[in-house]
Design a protein around this ligand. Structure first.
Ligand SMILES: O=CN(O)CCNC(=O)c1cccc(Cl)c1Cl
Ligand code: NI
Length: 183
C-alpha cells in the first residue's frame, strides 16, 4: 500500500515537470499504480487507517506526487451537494472552462507541501474534462465549484504547477474580481 513515504515533496523535479501521456489501454503496471493511488486517497480519509499509517488526509493524488511522470490522477471526495467522485483518470484534459472563477475560502493544501501556504487560489468555476477512467472508459465530465477546484489542483500537478503558483503575491487574501467562493 502507498504511504506518506511514497509522496515526493517540494524540490523533487517530478513536481515541476510536465508529465507524459500514458499509453492506452493501460498496462497492468499502470493500472496497479492508479488503483493504488485511489486506495491511498481513500485510506487517507479513513480514521483508523490514516492514524495507523500516519496518512495526511487528501481528496486526490497525482502520479508526479509519487515521482511518476505520467498523466494519471485519482480522486475520492464528495462535493457540497453530496455527489461522490471516486475514480482514477488517465490523460485528463480540460477541454473547456468558464470565464468565471471560484476558490476555496480557506485556501488549498498539498501532500507534497509540508507547510501552510495561506492565500486564495483562483480557479475556473466550471470545467469540462475529457479523460479515460481506471476501467478504460472514455468520459467527458462537467464539473463546477469544489469538484472543479479539486480536479484543477490535480491536473496542475501533471503540468508541474503547484497551488501556490496561483496565489497573488501582493494581495494573497483578496479574492479576484469575478470570483465567488465554492464553499
Ligand atoms: O494533489 C493532491 N494533494 O496534494 C492532496 C492534499 N490536498 C488536498 O486534498 C486538497 C486540500 C484543499 C484543497 C484542494 Cl483543491 C486539495 Cl486537492
Ligand atoms: Ni497536491
Amino acid at each position: 500500500m502507498l504511504t506518506m513515504k511514497d509522496i515526493v515533496r517540494e524540490g523533487h523535479p517530478a513536481l515541476r515537470e510536465v508529465a507524459e501521456e500514458v499509453a492506452l489501454p493501460l498496462s497492468e503496471s499502470d493500472k496497479k499504480t492508479l488503483s493504488d493511488m485511489l486506495q491511498f486517497v481513500k485510506n487517507s480519509q479513513d480514521p483508523d487507517l490514516s492514524e495507523k499509517y500516519h496518512l495526511r488526509p487528501g481528496v486526490g493524488v497525482a502520479a508526479p506526487q509519487l515521482g511518476i511522470k505520467k498523466r494519471m490522477l485519482a480522486v475520492h471526495f464528495e462535493d457540497l451537494k453530496g455527489t461522490l467522485y471516486s475514480d482514477g483518470y488517465v490523460n485528463p484534459k480540460i477541454v473547456s472552462h468558464s470565464v468565471e472563477q471560484t476558490y476555496i475560502s480557506t485556501g488549498e493544501g498539498c501532500l507534497s507541501v509540508d507547510r501552510e501556504v495561506p492565500g486564495i487560489v483562483p480557479r475556473h468555476k466550471r470545467i469540462t474534462v475529457k479523460a479515460t477512467t481506471l476501467d478504460g472508459a472514455e468520459v467527458k465530465i462537467r464539473l463546477k465549484g469544489y469538484a472543479a477546484v479539486v480536479f484543477q489542483h490535480e491536473i496542475d500537478h501533471l503540468n508541474g504547477i503547484m497551488f501556490y503558483d496561483h496565489i497573488n503575491k501582493e494581495t494573497p487574501l483578496t479574492p479576484p474580481e469575478n470570483a465567488t467562493p465554492c464553499d
